[in-house]
Every structure is written in structure tokens, then in C-alpha cells.
Write a new protein. Structure first.
Lengths: 263, 90
């Protein structure tokens, strides 16, 4: 077996804590889209969820900033205010991806003790099947320059696909991030939704491979530094045609939930 | 147009470490709320950075080496910590 489900999901914490700044109906529509992914995952019966996320300077601080990392602890925990999460980690798969990734020329960092970032637990809060599945957190540096190039992210995704195809587990592959938003920037209230829509059109048309030629500068200017997690996922699915479950641009965030068929 | 997320200069490290702890370290955030001046002095910030952080002056903080995302989330977590009632509105 190999990959049994593929999706990209947003993780903005406002979807979790629902402050008065947010449009209630929009948030609930995104929750409904998450619910569809949860159903897909339950139906796909994965043994493990590999989730590609960008740390928001939570697990990794300036003490060490890995470009690409694999979490290989027994469990992983994170918290946001009163929300607390602990997930079992699929250690055999995490270790295999780490070891084979290194053998394959990716100089991966690994950790057995990290505070889990909301990029991971917000999507899992909403999309984890009722019968909880162990996870493998896969880190791509998105916020602390210099970040890995889109080409490198895509290549890592291709390598992930090759490794996963050779595994016995049923794997759900998720990417967490985006789309356009500018937290902390003077553009916070004016994301680049045109960029998002054009990108979603490309993905629906099955042109995912083109994302490998994006530049880091373009991603930053479009409020899409986190798109690196999607590019990594696209390396694994190639030119499969995406289906947009929802695209809900709020006053500050392009919330996109997207799936790809399992080839 | 310059980039939104830029390399954090080494001179800004103590400031970024304070922002990181305000974001992610509940005990540090509580200590800061109880005695901001002393907490930031202990953390090695100079008066200029202390003033900018206490005012949550984003542009000034970024000019002093702060990472934009850390400013954003430190400010949000402080707001959540001092909200008069639960943050959830629906």
C-alpha cells in the first residue's frame, strides 16, 4: 500500500479560538470543509497521517533552524491557550523517512522533543478521524529566512512519494498552510487573493509541477511563504488534478481546503 | 518592495527571544504582565527595545530587529491573556 488520501488544509488559529474579529459563517464553512476531509480520512482507513507543516517559531527557535526536519519521538504535544494536544507518532515510518531521506541526499534534521506547532494540530483538531491515527510531523521552514527553495521542497516531496510507495502502511499525506496571509506585516488586512485564485486554477488544471519553479521572493510577496508545504505535497502528487473543497478568503486569510486523487 | 519576512539580525536576538517567550512561555508571559519593565530588563533588553515592546510598536520593533511573525503572535497572546472574558465569541 501507499498513499490513500491527499489534502492541503489551512491552520490559522482563529479557526480554532473563534475571536470576535472573525466572520462566523465563513469560519463555519471552513469547518464544514475540514469535516469533509475528516470523512475522507475515515473512509481511507490510513495507518498513519504524514503531515507537512511549517513551524511558526514554536518547536524551533533561533537556537536552531532546520530547512527540512522529521519528528521521530514516541509522541508529540502542543498547546494553544486552553487547547492541548498529544499525538502518537508512527515511529517506524518516521525513522524510515529520516534514514532513507538522508541516504537519498536530503540532509534532514530530526528531533525527538519539540513543542508541536499549531500548523500541525489545528488541521488535526478538525480532520483527525474519530479513531485516532498516529502521525509523522514533517517540517519545512517557512518563516525564518533563508527558507528552502520551492525546487528543493518539490524534490523532497518526490522523494517522499518514492519512499512511501515502498512502505506497507496506508498513508494519508496532508500539507498544512496558506493560502495568502501576512501575519505581522502591514499587509495583514490585504492578502493577495488573486495569486491564490490563479494558483488554485493551475492546480485544478493539473499543473502542480510548475510550482517547483516559483521563487522564494514571489512566495513572500504573495503572502504565501507557507505554500512551501503545498509544493512539498505537490512533489508527491505531481500533475494530479486538484479538487477545491473550499476557498474562503477572510479579511486576513485565504482559507483553502484542497484534495488530490490518489493515483 | 522589501520582503515581509526577513533574516533576523543577530543584534535583535534578545528582543526576538522575549517575543518568542511572550508567545509560547506561559510563565514568562505572566511575569511580564505583572512587571513588564523588570522582566524585560532581566531578559537583557535595552531601554529603546523595552519601550518599543511595551508599546507593541510593530514598525519600531521590526526596525530594531524583531521578526514580524513573532511581533504578531506575541501581541495576540498578550491580548488573549488580558481579555476580560473567554476569547471565543461563537
Amino acid at each position: 500500500m501507499s498513499i490513500v488520501a491527499v489534502a492541503a488544509l489551512p491552520h490559522t488559529p482563529q479557526l480554532l479560538v473563534r475571536p470576535e474579529t472573525e466572520d462566523r459563517d465563513l469560519v463555519l464553512r471552513v469547518h464544514t470543509a475540514y469535516g469533509e476531509i475528516k470523512q475522507n480520512l475515515a473512509a481511507a482507513r490510513p495507518d498513519v497521517i504524514c503531515i507537512i507543516g511549517g513551524d511558526h517559531v514554536e518547536g524551533f527557535f533561533l537556537t536552531s533552524v532546520p530547512a527540512l526536519a522529521v519528528y521521530v519521538g514516541a509522541t508529540v504535544s502542543g498547546k494553544f491557550d486552553r487547547y492541548r494536544y498529544t499525538f502518537e507518532v508512527h515511529e517506524p515510518l518516521a525513522r524510515a523517512l529520516l534514514e532513507q531521506g538522508i541516504e537519498g541526499g536530503f540532509d534532514l534534521t530530526y528531533s525527538q522533543d519539540l513543542a508541536l506547532d499549531y500548523a500541525f494540530y489545528v488541521p488535526l483538531h478538525f480532520a483527525m478521524p474519530s479513531r485516532s491515527v498516529p502521525i509523522v510531523p514533517l517540517y519545512v521552514n517557512v518563516y525564518l529566512p533563508p527558507q528552502p527553495t520551492p525546487a528543493r521542497c518539490y524534490a523532497w516531496g518526490q522523494a517522499l512519494r518514492a519512499m512511501l510507495d515502498a512502505r506497507p502502511e496506508r498513508v494519508a499525506l496532508l500539507a498544512s498552510g496558506g493560502l495568502s496571509h501576512f501575519p505581522g506585516s502591514d499587509r495583514y488586512a490585504s492578502p493577495d487573493y488573486d495569486w491564490d485564485r490563479q494558483m488554485l486554477d493551475r492546480l485544478v488544471a493539473g499543473r502542480g509541477r510548475e510550482t517547483a519553479t516559483l521563487t522564494g521572493e514571489e512566495l513572500d510577496k504573495a503572502g504565501n511563504v507557507e505554500f512551501r508545504t503545498w509544493i512539498t505535497l505537490l512533489g508527491a502528487v505531481g500533475d494530479a488534478k486538484a479538487r477545491v473543497v473550499c476557498y474562503e478568503p477572510s479579511w486576513h486569510h485565504g482559507n483553502a481546503v484542497v484534495t488530490w486523487p490518489v493515483a | 518592495m522589501s520582503l515581509h519576512y526577513t533574516f533576523p539580525p543577530a543584534a535583535g536576538y534578545p528582543l526576538n527571544r522575549c517575543l518568542y517567550r511572550l508567545k509560547s512561555d506561559d510563565a514568562f508571559r505572566e511575569r511580564y504582565l505583572a512587571d513588564p519593565e523588570a522582566t524585560l530588563e532581566e531578559a537583557g533588553l535595552d531601554p529603546e527595545r523595552i519601550a518599543a515592546l511595551r508599546a507593541l510598536d510593530r514598525d519600531r520593533l521590526i526596525a530594531l530587529g524583531a521578526h514580524a511573525y513573532l511581533v504578531f503572535m506575541a501581541a495576540l497572546r498578550l491580548k488573549m491573556a488580558t481579555a476580560s472574558q473567554t476569547f471565543e465569541r461563537f
